[in-house]
Design a protein around this ligand. Structure first.
Ligand SMILES: Nc1nc2c(c(=O)[nH]1)N[C@H]1C(S)=C(S)[C@@H](COP(=O)(O)O)O[C@H]1N2
Ligand SMILES: [Mo]
Length: 203
């Protein structure tokens, strides 16, 4: 698909439209207790951090509109999300990376993980989301906090990956000096997961 095809037909190869919002995850839906919940940032940072839920709510906020593409072939177009941009946190030195930081691992409840190159995690289409369509996330969609990544119409400069690379029930970010596979990436999914190249499964 050429960049202009992408603007005309927003569906990547092999995808079909869904009107609803299917849920997809491995394991149970966790409960949220703001009194004990914390958010950890570690690895290739000059200062590891632990944020409370209240501290998360004080971070700078961003809204995005994205098309979502699940590796199981459904796509949902024009979704609205609000939350925290990792790029903003890094630009404002709220997270201070070492020069060795090259990859991000999202860590979620029950040990779900997913990896991204740092340059992709710092794109405008990766959000640490608290809200979907103006409402706090539904429990099954990752309440209270999730990674989400999708496509921006007309932004052919961005790398676009499948939705499994956004971890629901996100509890921490590990910055790494080399790549390591996450949960699905260790279970036969493609490490990169580019939606336009249809990188669903490991070669
Ligand atoms: N913690 C966690 N996050 C996860 C998953 C999971 O199993 N556990 N599944 C991923 C997959 S495969 C997809 S397609 C999306 C689905 O998000 P949704 O249920 O909000 O549609 O969540 C991703 N994030
Ligand atoms: Mo998925």
């Amino acid at each position: 698909m050429t960049p202009s095809d992408r603007r005309i037909n927003r569906l990547p190869p092999g995808q079909s439209l869904t009107g609803g919002f299917p849920t997809l995850h491995y394991g149970p839906v966790p409960t949220f207790n703001p009194a004990t919940w914390d958010f950890r940032i570690w690895g290739e940072v000059t200062e590891p951090l632990i944020w409370t839920w209240d501290q998360i709510l004080d971070l700078p906020r961003t809204q995005v509109n994205m098309d979502l593409h699940c590796v199981t072939t459904w796509s949902k177009l024009g979704t609205n999300w609000e939350g925290i941009s990792l790029k903003t946190l890094v630009d404002q030195s709220l997270i201070k990376l070492t020069t060795r930081a090259s990859h991000l691992m999202q860590h979620a409840e029950y040990g779900y993980t997913t990896n991204l190159p740092l340059e992709v995690a710092l794109q405008d289409n990766f959000l640490i989301a608290t809200h979907f369509e103006g409402q706090p996330l539904a429990p099954e969609h990752g309440y209270p906090l999730r990674g989400v990544i999708g496509t921006f119409v007309g932004r052919d400069d961005l790398k676009d990956v499948y939705l499994w690379k956004g971890a629901k029930w996100l509890r921490g970010l590990e910055f790494m000096d080399s790549d390591r596979p996450g949960f699905w990436e260790s279970n036969n999914y493609h490490n990169e997961g580019d939606v336009w190249k249809e990188q669903r499964f490991a070669p």
